[in-house]
Write a new protein. Structure first.
Length: 315
């Protein structure tokens, strides 16, 4: 059994991503099993979370593992000055895998270089959110029946939104066309545009967000303006409600188009969209459970074959 870290989506090749999607499909059929019975998973959250932490913890519980951890570093010895290195080494004494969200970009990579157990990145600053990316890929595949040749529109905070950065990297294997819709202040950073050029990923930039612009979208991926990443709150105030998707903007949308959002939303999707057939963000969040069950297996050396032969299913 080979253990793996899950830190940066760009280290996974096409086959590995498709393999993880197949694993998630198995877990959608049967989420309750005892594949991780006797294991302990730690969840260390240095930043707030609802979906990521609770779905990782649910995934561990549904696979028979026990969960330890903290939801706020202030209640741990971090508040007494303990370093990330010492915290990771201590928790590695107790847990078989560590799920960590941290506000510093690269924190998960650093942890993976010192930890004797697998590190799962649950978000590092504005950098990466690879587990969200896997559930996004799973949801795109589920709603479109394929990952290849899709028009994917990313809307909102493309500067600080780590989920869109991860999605670009994962989609490089599937010949996408991206449309980046953002005001100048929140435009896709140069490094990700350079990444697109290097990998022959087509992208078009827009500042306008109108029914005509989104008419040929297969996926409309809305994002929240990441208030917590702004050093100047006046700048946040200027852009916070820049784009709001309302139901009447969907009149020209393709039938197959689905609206995704990593959530939480603030104002960027009006509530009148929730009952529209294009809305898919609640199901998307549910897929986080199946994707994260797959990630634990990947990290702890449990293969797709093991999952398919599994006799511990609880129906
Ligand atoms: N999508 C996401 O990361 O949500 P949380 O911040 O609630 O975990």
């Amino acid at each position: 059994m080979e253990n793996h870290n899950f830190v940066n989506i760009k280290t996974l090749n096409r086959d590995e991503l498709l393999h993880l999607i197949e694993m998630a499909q198995e877990f959608e059929k049967y989420p309750n099993r005892e594949l991780l019975k006797g294991r302990v998973v730690a969840t260390l959250f240095y930043e707030p979370s609802t979906r990521t932490r609770l779905s990782f913890e649910t995934a561990a519980n549904r696979l028979g593992a026990k969960v330890i951890g903290f939801t706020d570093a202030k209640v741990s010895s971090v508040s007494k000055g303990e370093t990330l290195k010492d915290t990771i080494l201590m928790v590695s004494n107790y847990a078989d895998a560590i799920v960590m969200r941290h506000y510093i970009e690269g924190a998960a990579q650093y942890a993976s270089e010192i930890a004797p157990v697998p590190i799962i990145n649950a978000g590092d600053g504005a950098h990466q959110h690879p587990s969200q990316c896997l559930l996004d890929l799973y949801t795109i595949y589920q709603t479109q029946g394929r990952l290849e040749n899709l028009n994917i529109f990313l809307v909102g905070d493309l500067k600080y939104g780590r989920t869109v950065h991860s999605l670009i990297m994962a989609m490089r294997h599937f010949n996408p066309t991206f449309h980046f819709i953002a005001p100048k202040a929140l435009a896709m950073p140069l490094e990700y545009k350079a990444y697109c050029k290097k990998h022959n990923i087509r992208y078009i930039e827009h500042e306008e967000f109108t029914p005509d612009i989104i008419a040929n979208a297969d996926i409309l991926y809305m994002t929240r303006v990441q208030k917590e990443r702004f050093s100047d709150l006046m700048e946040y105030e200027q852009v916070k409600n820049i784009y709001i998707l309302r139901k009447d903007m969907l009149s020209k949308a393709r039938d197959n188009m689905r609206i995704l959002h990593p959530l939480p939303r603030v104002n960027e999707i009006a509530y009148d969209v929730d009952n529209d057939p294009h809305a898919y963000y609640i199901q998307q969040a549910k897929n986080g459970l199946f994707a994260r069950e797959a990630i634990y297996c990947h990290c702890l050396g449990i293969t797709l074959e093991d999952i398919r032969k599994d006799k511990t299913i609880i129906k």
